[in-house]
Design a protein around this ligand. Structure first.
Ligand code: GUN
Length: 274
């Protein structure tokens, strides 16, 4: 069994991004918009800022209070869309309930949409056009698999979870790489039999769902989930200690996909379109 070491691979990518940024004449500037007080979001945003510093990407965090009106946020995005000195815009999710997330994401200029969440970028990916940006987590998962030379073409891949942030773009990106993809979710019957046939499993659920007896020998297991268990330990979707005995490759939590997402986001943030 080989550990997919996201911590080490992400550092390598961050160093490459840093090198590229140092050669750029026009410097990238990422603006992160954080609405409200979600504690997990605050930690994510801090980590993104740290990575930006490490790579020489200018970053600004705009904090807006929880009771910000939707229109105020839309106006802020429009201002950032128009600003020549801003090359990337990221609105941290989740947003407070009174704000329509889809309306906000749609307002971001596709050429500054470093998350790859706007309808134009999602649509481009879906119809086989190059999006301006690929969603960071899915791109990070593929960067990790590629670093270990894990073949994707023609492989049977199971993606568990169908979120717009991870599951759906992950499916599109595996299709683009000519994998055969099955997408599973809370209504899926007999998840076990689906996982059992998979060469590659990507789990993005946020619950302990992938157990030892489910996985195929020598398969590749990528754990996108991260949450705290009843003992307050950070853990992932996969029963790591048991599953790791039989699989070929497995990503740990923490230290797997998490740092890859950040590195992938910095890779995106270093790109400048206008
Ligand atoms: N919240 C959880 N993951 C993400 C992400 O990748 N991007 C944004 N903007 N918010 C998130």
């Amino acid at each position: 069994m080989i550990i997919l070491d996201g911590k080490t691979v992400s550092q390598k990518i961050l160093n490459e991004v840093k090198e590229n940024v140092s050669k750029q004449e026009r410097k990238p500037h990422l603006v992160v918009v954080l609405v409200g007080n979600d504690s997990a979001s605050k930690i994510y945003v801090k980590n993104k800022q740290k990575a930006a510093w490490q790579t020489g990407i200018r970053s600004t965090v705009i904090e807006m209070p929880f009771d910000t009106e939707e229109q105020e946020l839309l106006d802020k995005i429009e201002e950032l869309n128009l600003r020549q000195d801003v090359t990337g815009i990221l609105v941290q999710l989740p947003l407070p309930q009174h704000i329509d997330k889809n309306k906000v994401v749609t307002a971001i200029s596709p050429k500054k949409d470093v998350d790859g969440f706007t309808p134009e970028n999602v649509g481009r990916l879906a119809i086989g056009l190059e999006p301006y940006f690929y969603p960071a987590t899915s791109q990070g998962v593929l960067m990790l698999l590629d670093e270990y030379n894990i073949p994707i073409e023609g492989k049977d891949v199971v993606v568990i979870g169908r979120s717009n942030i991870v599951g759906k773009p992950m499916v599109q990106m595996f299709l683009k790489r000519n994998a055969t993809v099955t997408i599973c979710h809370s209504y899926t019957h007999d998840l076990e039999s689906k996982i059992k046939t998979a060469d590659i499993v990507v789990s993005a659920v946020g619950k302990k769902i992938v157990r030892c007896k489910m996985v195929k020998n020598n398969s590749v297991i990528v754990d996108v989930g991260i949450f705290r268990d009843s003992d307050n330990h950070l853990t992932g979707d996969v029963d790591f200690d048991y599953v790791s005995d039989s699989v070929g490759f497995i990503s740990p939590v923490p230290g797997g996909v998490g740092p890859m997402t950040i590195a992938s986001l910095m890779f995106n943030s270093s790109k400048i379109y206008q």
